[in-house]
Design a protein around this ligand. Structure first.
Ligand code: ZN
Length: 230
């Protein structure tokens, strides 16, 4: 009885510590630094879109496409940095991977065009496959299930969320020009410009809250060893 009680006594502070750490991790999502970083992300999108609209860039199709794709990458990278914070070397690799994923999906333009011609890739009869927004939850859930089935370590736990934020930020930015494509239901009209900026700046926080609610955030918190911040 005494042993059982001492186990309970030891377990209670531990649970309290874990709960406190989880609450702190969530609060850090809305810390001043995180909120400033997401406001700066919105400002970056606004500036980048204005630079891309300059006549010199509009006249050079390859330059415009390369810069536009780099902005997608930067937005994905920045968004994931807000979610996980940058505290150690491996965080930079993760953030770089998020940026890569956010920009590489535009290769589906060339896949659908069946050619490396930029002109063909930009004049497609329909939206290319990776631009279907219904795929985002389907891919992320499938990846989570696959990881669970393969019993991958906790260090992989954030991968579906990284993919979510990379794809979602790309789709929202494209959505300001072309609308969102919810296949097989159809297209929405183009998203209003300020809605796109607002969603882009809010998405990392939404992702953090969803990660907290699904328990991924405490795994990351443990993995990173400290509360998450930018
Ligand atoms: Zn795109």
């Amino acid at each position: 009885m005494r042993g059982f009680r001492s186990k309970l006594d030891a377990g209670a502070p531990l649970n309290l510590a874990v709960e406190t750490e989880k609450a702190q991790a969530l609060l850090q999502t809305f810390s001043t630094a995180s909120l400033l970083a997401s406001a700066a992300l919105g400002a970056f999108c606004f500036l980048a879109d204005h630079v891309l609209a300059l006549p010199f860039i509009q006249q050079h199709v390859w330059l415009r496409a390369a810069l536009d794709n780099s902005v997608h990458g930067a937005v994905g990278l920045w968004s994931w940095a807000i979610v996980i914070g940058l505290r150690k070397k491996s965080d930079f690799y993760e953030v770089a991977l998020a940026g890569f994923l956010a920009s590489v999906i535009d290769l589906d333009h060339f896949y659908l065009a069946g050619s490396l011609s930029l002109k063909a890739a930009l004049n497609l009869p329909r939206r290319p496959p990776l631009h279907c927004s219904t795929l985002i939850p389907a891919i992320c859930f499938s990846l989570r299930l696959l990881m669970w089935a393969c019993r991958l370590k906790d260090s992989w736990c954030s991968l579906p969320w990284m993919l979510f934020i990379s794809l979602a930020s790309h789709h929202v930015r494209d959505g300001a020009r072309h609308g969102l494509w919810a296949c097989p239901l159809g297209h929405t009209p183009p998203i209003s410009y300020w809605l796109y900026i607002t969603i882009t700046a809010t998405l990392p926080h939404l992702c953090s809250v969803l990660m907290y609610l699904t328990g991924t955030r405490d795994m990351i918190s443990t993995k990173h060893g400290v509360a998450i911040d930018v």
